[in-house]
Design a protein around this ligand. Structure first.
Ligand SMILES: NC(=O)c1ccc[n+]([C@@H]2O[C@H](COP(=O)([O-])OP(=O)(O)OC[C@H]3O[C@@H](n4cnc5c(N)ncnc54)[C@H](O)[C@@H]3O)[C@@H](O)[C@H]2O)c1
Length: 257
């Protein structure tokens, strides 16, 4: 792997597990220093220790991205440790599958806080700094659920669609500052989030996911590494003229024109 991101600093939210951890590893392989903001301290510190051992500069902040003040402090702490952030990967997210009418207000608020308010907090905190430095890359991990909907994921899908709209709007505002913002939209991917959904006591959740896998033309669920490559590509110079775009990584499950 070429060191296309040598001397770059990346921040990955939710970098301790699943898709985020695969992106953290791929960014490090490409030469970047990597900061992680995650509420799962053990996982975030484990992956940072793994990379530190191979000479990669890392920094970990344990925080919940739904708290704006924690995000502002966390972003400052990452910059103090590693230097100015060149690349932001908005990856942290969470869902538990339930039919829409079974989502009470506190469940709905929890999903919105993590999947919409959280990445808006992080994007806001980082973009101001990128504008001051006239450059940067933002890659947001949304979901195909935000493009085509997903049974049992109505509120989550609304948040993921919201992040697509936020990306397109900010991409228009930020182009003149040399900042690109793009979205990667995974389909069903084998991670803890997916396992927890499968292990839920709602039998219909398992049924929905099995049906989705059968519907994937490549007949398998995605793996975290399937998502990492495109996320890192969007942070390289080769992607400097790509902004406001949404790219699905779903084995062909969704094919929008
Ligand atoms: N797994 C899938 O099938 C799938 C499909 C489409 C999109 N996605 C999206 O991919 C991203 C990564 O998901 P994953 O499947 O790797 O999940 P995961 O549960 O394996 O990892 C998510 C990580 O985010 C962290 N996190 C969650 N909420 C947080 C918060 N409020 N503050 C700080 N950290 C937080 C977790 O601690 C964890 O380390 C999410 O945005 C998810 O919505 C996943």
């Amino acid at each position: 792997m070429t060191q296309q991101l040598k001397n770059k600093v990346a921040l990955v939210t939710g970098g301790g597990n699943g898709i985020g951890a695969a992106i953290v590893r791929r960014l490090a392989e490409s030469g970047a220093s990597v900061g992680i903001i995650d509420r799962d301290e053990a996982s975030a510190r484990a992956i940072a220790a793994e990379l530190d051992a191979s000479g990669v500069h890392t920094a970990v902040v344990v925080a919940d991205i739904s708290s704006n003040s924690a995000v502002v402090d966390g972003v400052n702490a990452i910059e103090e440790a590693l230097g100015p952030i060149d690349i932001l990967v908005n990856n942290a997210g969470w869902d538990s599958l339930k039919p829409f009418l079974d989502n009470d207000e506190s469940h709905r608020d929890r999903i919105i806080d993590i999947n919409l308010k959280g990445p808006i907090n992080v994007t806001h905190a980082v973009l101001g700094k990128m504008v001051d430095r006239a450059g940067g890359r933002v890659v947001t991990i949304s979901s195909d659920a935000g493009r085509v909907g997903s049974t049992g994921q109505a509120v989550y899908s609304a948040c993921k669609a919201g992040m697509i709209a936020l990306t397109k709007s900010t991409a228009r505002e930020m182009a003149r500052h040399g900042i690109t913002l793009n979205v990667v939209a995974p389909g069903p991917t084998r991670t803890r989030m997916m396992t927890e959904a499968l292990d839920g006591d709602d039998a219909s959740a398992k049924h929905v996911l099995e049906r989705m896998t059968k519907a994937i033309p490549m007949r398998r669920m995605g793996e975290p590494r399937d998502v990492a490559g495109i996320a890192v590509f969007l942070a390289t110079d080769d992607a400097s003229f790509i902004t406001g775009q949404v790219i699905s990584v779903s084995g062909g499950l969704t094919m929008h024109g």
